[in-house]
Design a binder for this molecule. Structure first.
Ligand SMILES: *Cc1c(COP(=O)(O)O)cnc(C)c1O
Length: 397
């Protein structure tokens, strides 16, 4: 496989992406790829997907002009309100798309892995809506840390399996979920939470998040009369950013900027700034960038926002970085919390800690680029983060 075309059906983005999976998974991924290509080409399928997002999910989400912040910082700041999406974040767009696809494939059961629980909750919501059996794999450590999300999933009818192997966190949950999938693929589909993993997941998850960028571009033209100078999004695995960026990919004057979790800072250990400091690695079924320690091991990251705590990055982002179409920066834990406080006070909206990384850089950019138009994807709402923020601020005080 030497294909270098972007989005060809080997799933390569330059040298990144592809399918680096166990032999047993290959026919299952082939089946999924064929089903996805047929579904995305079927107007009835896409219509049903968009109709559920509208009636059940609350789309389109508004494009919000942050007047108070814009006056204070000297640039025009606009926010795409994915925080108003049903479920409180963009993850719902993807979950409903993949569960709908599973149903179309004749499957009756859906499995997913989750770390902090946000993707698990989104998947459980989609499964309840579409009457599918739902099993969520979650590391035992995360089950204990994220009790409210576990309760939500159970209330929605999902079975939550606490994974006891390895470090009992996300990586172990992924391994167990994949084992389940290989054994049960006749009846079961796997729902991936971000634009990562083997082909077709990065392409498919992007497809189901493109609605963000499509809406945002049309709203900019309708409300501002022009496109923004900058489009910013936070980057964990990279799905909300790919969704936003996709709308502006061919608009070369729109600068695309991804903001990664810098943890305690880029010169410290274990930050999550994969695109800023990662090396090429083959892991989780794809070739991409990963963070490496002194011994050459890919390590687990630590960020204040659980949703950005992922040691790898979607392969398309690695490609966009190499080609220069997008650039990537980092915001630290402190900067994200400060931005959250500023934004909440100024605009009366509590953003997710994940989104606050993008807000932090947007405020920095606004100071330097007076009069420019800056669009930020507000990927989710921050109610889920309250306890976390309080603990963080108490420790600082
Ligand atoms: C999960 C999550 C993210 C990070 O995931 P991406 O795939 O990088 O988008 C960002 N923001 C919120 C609110 C999330 O829940």
């Amino acid at each position: 496989m030497t294909a270098t075309l972007k989005n060809d059906d080997f799933g390569f983005f330059g040298e990144y992406g592809g399918t680096y999976s166990p032999e047993a998974l290959m026919p299952i991924l082939d089946e999924l790829l064929a089903a996805f290509r047929a579904a995305e080409a079927d107007p009835d399928f896409m219509q049903e997907y968009l109709s559920i997002l509208a009636n059940w999910g609350g789309r389109p989400t508004p494009l919000y002009y942050a007047g108070n912040l814009s006056r204070a910082y000297g640039a025009d700041l606009y926010f795409k309100r994915e925080d108003l999406m049903h479920g409180g974040a963009h993850k719902t767009n993807n979950a409903i798309g993949q569960v709908l696809l599973a149903k179309r494939m004749g499957k009756t059961r859906v499995i997913a892995e989750t770390g902090a629980g946000q993707h698990g909750v989104a998947t459980a919501m989609a499964c309840a809506k579409l009457s599918m059996e739902c099993v969520i794999y979650m590391g035992a450590v995360d089950v204990a840390r994220q009790a409210p999300n576990v309760e939500r999933m159970k209330l929605l009818g999902a079975e939550v399996i606490a994974v006891q192997s390895g470090g009992k966190t996300l990586k172990d949950a992924i391994n167990d979920a994949l084992r389940d999938w290989i054994a049960t693929c006749e009846t079961t589909s796997y729902v991936m939470g971000t634009v990562a993993g083997p082909h077709p997941f990065p392409t498919m998850v992007r497809k189901f998040q493109e609605v963000i960028g499509r809406e945002a571009r049309a709203q900019c033209l309708a409300q501002i009369g022009r496109l923004p100078d900058y489009a910013l999004a936070c980057v964990g695995g990279g799905s909300n950013a790919m969704g936003l960026f996709s709308g502006f990919m061919d608009d070369k004057d729109v600068q695309l900027i991804g903001v990664e979790p810098g943890g305690h800072g880029l010169d410290t250990d274990k930050h999550g700034a994969v695109l800023c400091k990662g090396v090429t690695a083959v892991l989780h079924g794809m070739k991409t960038l990963g963070l490496q320690d002194k011994d050459g091991q890919i390590f687990e990251t630590h960020s204040i926002s659980a949703g950005l705590d992922y040691p790898l990055i979607g392969p398309e982002h690695a490609y966009l970085r190499d080609t220069g179409r997008a650039s990537y920066v980092a915001a630290t834990d402190d900067e994200a919390v400060e931005a959250l406080q500023i934004f909440t006070r100024a605009e009366g909206i509590i953003p997710a800690l994940e989104s606050s990384h993008a807000i932090s850089y947007a405020l920095k950019l606004a100071r330097e680029q007076q009069g420019k138009i800056i669009l930020v994807n507000l990927s989710g709402r921050g109610d889920k983060d309250l306890a976390h923020i309080q603990a963080y601020l108490a420790e600082k005080a």
